[in-house]
Each structure stands twice: as C-alpha cells, then as structure tokens.
Design a protein around this ligand. Structure first.
Ligand code: GAL
Length: 396
C-alpha cells in the first residue's frame, strides 16, 4: 500500500540542484540511517532533476550521466535499498525537464519500465516544457497508468503546480501526492504563502493522495539552490515544520542532513510533530476564532483585495487527531512578540461545558495541566507554540 500516510523522505533539489552524484546519494543514505531519519519515518531518498545525459540513447532510453552516476542507477537503487530505504527519481510530463534534460512526454511507458527495472519506488513528475496543445490531465493519467503497468509499487508524486485545479482530479487519476503550488524558496514569505494558498484545499488531501506543500527548507539557512531573500530564523523553521505537520503534508527534507545544526535535526526528528503529520484521520487544521485569512505582514500590500482588509496576524488552529487527541497551535506573523489567546468556546468547548484542555508543549515536552475557558500564550515574532491536548473535566 503506497501513501496510506503522508510520504516522508529527502529530496536533492533544494540544497543541491544540479550538483548531484552517487557519492552524495550514498552519503545521504548513510546519514538517513545513522542519524535516525529512517527510523523516524523518512523513508524515500529522491534524486530530483539533472541526473541524466542531455540525449536519450539510440534505443530511446534515458541515460544516467556517467560522470555523476558511474555505476548506473540500478547500483544507486541497490545501495539505497540496502540501507532499508526507498529510492525516488524525477522526470517531467513535458518534452524537457525544467533544467532542460530529456523528459517523458510521449515516452511514458518506456520510461516507467526503465524506472521499474532500476528499482525506483517513487517518481516525482514535473510540468515544465509541456506542449501547448497537449492535455495535462491526460498526460498525468498516462504516467500514472504507465507506472501501474510495470507491476511495481511506485509512489506517483505529481508536480504540476496546481494547473487546472489539480486538487480536483489528482486523486482520481491515481497520484499519491500532488504539488499544487510553485516552488518553495528558503524564506518566510515563500513558505507562508504556500501554506496560505493551500489551506482551503487541505480537505482534498488524505490517505493515498496528499496535497504536497513542497520540500521543506527547514535547516537550510539559505545554503543551496533555493536561497532567495532573507534566511529563515529558527522560529520561522518551527512555523514551517509545524504548519506542514498540521496540514498532514508529505515531509520531504530539502536540507543537507550531513551538516545540520542540532536544533534543526531535533525539529525534523520531533516525534510528536511527526505523529501529528502522520495521524490516521488526516483531518486538516481548523482555523478558529475571528481570524479567517492568513497574510504575512510583508505581503499585505501585495495581497489580493479580500485579503488586504484583514488586520489580524495572530492565528490559532485546532486539529482533531485520532484517539480523542487534539493539537492547538498559535502562530504570530508579527515580527515582535505578542500574546495570543485561544478561546476554547471558539472550538466548541465553552466554560459551561465543564471541560477544558489538558495541554502539553510539543517543543519542550512541558505539561501545562488542565486549562479552562481559554489559554493565552506569549509567542515571539515569527514563531509558534504548539500543544497536544485532551479534553478534561474541571471542577469549579
Ligand atoms: C521545478 C519543481 C522543483 C524542481 C525543479 C527541477 O519545476 O517545482 O521542485 O523539481 O523543477 O528543475
């Protein structure tokens, strides 16, 4: 069964772009095992764009660049599998990939067979250089079928950036996850914009077909291929990771895990946040209180009309988990520290019910005990607080 829960792994693009080779992939595989990423659930190791030669061979096959992958892709797949991981690769529905390498338009079945022969378990499928008069929905369906025809279980990670309202049809053509936004960059505005744009589509994300908010930039600090704008702070990375987990989005690490600072490794391996992401029920977070739209402070001027009016930049969510558990999360989009209140009645638990929430901080593990009526926390600028909670009766 593929993608019963949001797929997790590592992808080469965010940090390495075209600078990939087998040595790097082997080292990443080793790191995923040695440092506990595999055991935390990160199982796919995915090579993104720029792995092939610029031409197919005389039989029409894609050819791994022999300088980057001198032992071929089967050897890379074998190494990755030998570490107990799954192996992912990249192609594109257009004529050329985004970086200008040959891609799978009109080669879907032969390419899928080649990937299956190599032992590929995951295919990211991009949308650059797609012929104008071709039918995008049909071409994603074609690759989905081509993968199925191989008989191998291959996670189909469609990435058409939301064209033709992809959230409405990706599940029905067999994709296991789908990117419905443009590329993430390693800055606050980028990840917040992506989350905001998908909030209303998260109810179309769930088992076997998840809305993919793109590879994480957590821990990159502007090192690598998607560095634009101001580097993120640790608080902003906490926001990004926890928002992806609240959304139940695929968690694909983009940072160089061989050299991650300890606090970012700890964040990516946070068991409670991963459990929230992987929760069986896959319910989207519910934005509660008066606040209904999220606009990063710096984006206010560029925001489309209905969003510009919204002044509030303090957001609270509740997410229902399985087994009567909940997440209550607070986000501060201001740059300065603010108090944020979560009024339990806004989430259906008025004081008069006699119930409050027993709360535990997911970042520190601190037990707060049972709070009644509301809970106010002070949240530093561009940071968040996230609590795991259970309903608990109180006696007044
Ligand atoms: C983009 C895609 C990125 C990355 C890149 C490779 O279209 O959204 O995630 O795969 O192409 O060239």
């Amino acid at each position: 069964m593929i993608a019963a829960k949001p797929p997790m792994g590592w992808n080469s693009w965010n940090t390495f772009g075209k600078d990939i080779d087998e040595k790097l992939i082997f080292q990443i595989a080793d790191t995923m095992v040695r440092e506990g990423y595999r055991d935390a659930g990160y199982e796919y190791l995915v090579i993104d764009d720029c792995w092939s030669l610029k031409e197919r061979d005389s039989d029409g096959n894609l050819v791994p660049d022999p300088e980057k992958f001198p032992h071929g892709m089967k050897a890379v797949a074998d190494y990755v599998h030998g570490k107990g991981l799954k192996f992912g690769m990249y192609s594109c529905a257009g004529i050329l990939t985004c970086a200008g390498y040959p891609s799978s338009y009109d080669h879907e079945y032969e390419d899928a067979r080649l990937f299956a022969r190599w032992g590929v378990d995951y295919l990211k499928y991009d949308y650059c250089n797609f012929p104008r008069n071709a039918d995008g929905v049909n071409r994603y369906h074609t690759m989905s079928m081509a993968l199925k025809a191989t008989g191998r279980e291959i996670c189909f990670a469609a990435c058409n950036w939301g064209h033709q309202q992809s959230w409405n049809w990706m599940r029905s053509i067999g994709a296991h996850m789908y990117r419905s936004t443009g590329d993430i960059f390693d800055n606050f505005r980028s990840f917040m914009g992506i989350f905001q744009s998908q909030l209303e589509h998260l109810c179309q994300s769930g088992p076997y077909c998840f809305n993919d908010l793109d590879m994480l930039t957590v821990g990159m600090y502007n090192q690598g291929n998607v560095a634009i704008g101001k580097p993120c702070t640790d608080g902003e990375y906490r926001m990004q990771f926890s928002l992806w987990c609240l959304a139940g989005a695929p968690l694909m690490i983009g940072a160089d895990i061989r050299n991650l600072v300890p606090q970012m490794k700890k964040l990516l391996l946070n068991k409670e946040l991963i459990r929230i992401d992987q929760d069986l029920e896959c319910r989207p977070p519910c934005l509660v209180g008066r606040r209904s739209v999220m606009v990063p402070e710096e984006d206010r001027e560029n925001a489309v009309e209905p969003l510009r009016a919204v002044k509030d930049q303090l957001f609270t969510f509740i997410k229902h988990l399985s087994d009567n558990e909940f997440v209550i999360a607070y986000y501060n989009l201001f740059t300065e520290e603010r108090d944020i209140s979560f009024i339990f009645a806004d989430a259906g638990v008025p004081y008069s019910s006699g119930y409050g929430f027993d709360m535990r901080d997911v970042f520190t593990g601190e037990e707060l005990g049972v709070k009644r009526d509301y809970y106010t926390v002070s949240v530093p600028g561009h940071d968040c607080k996230v609590f795991l909670c259970r309903l608990a009766p109180f006696h007044s």
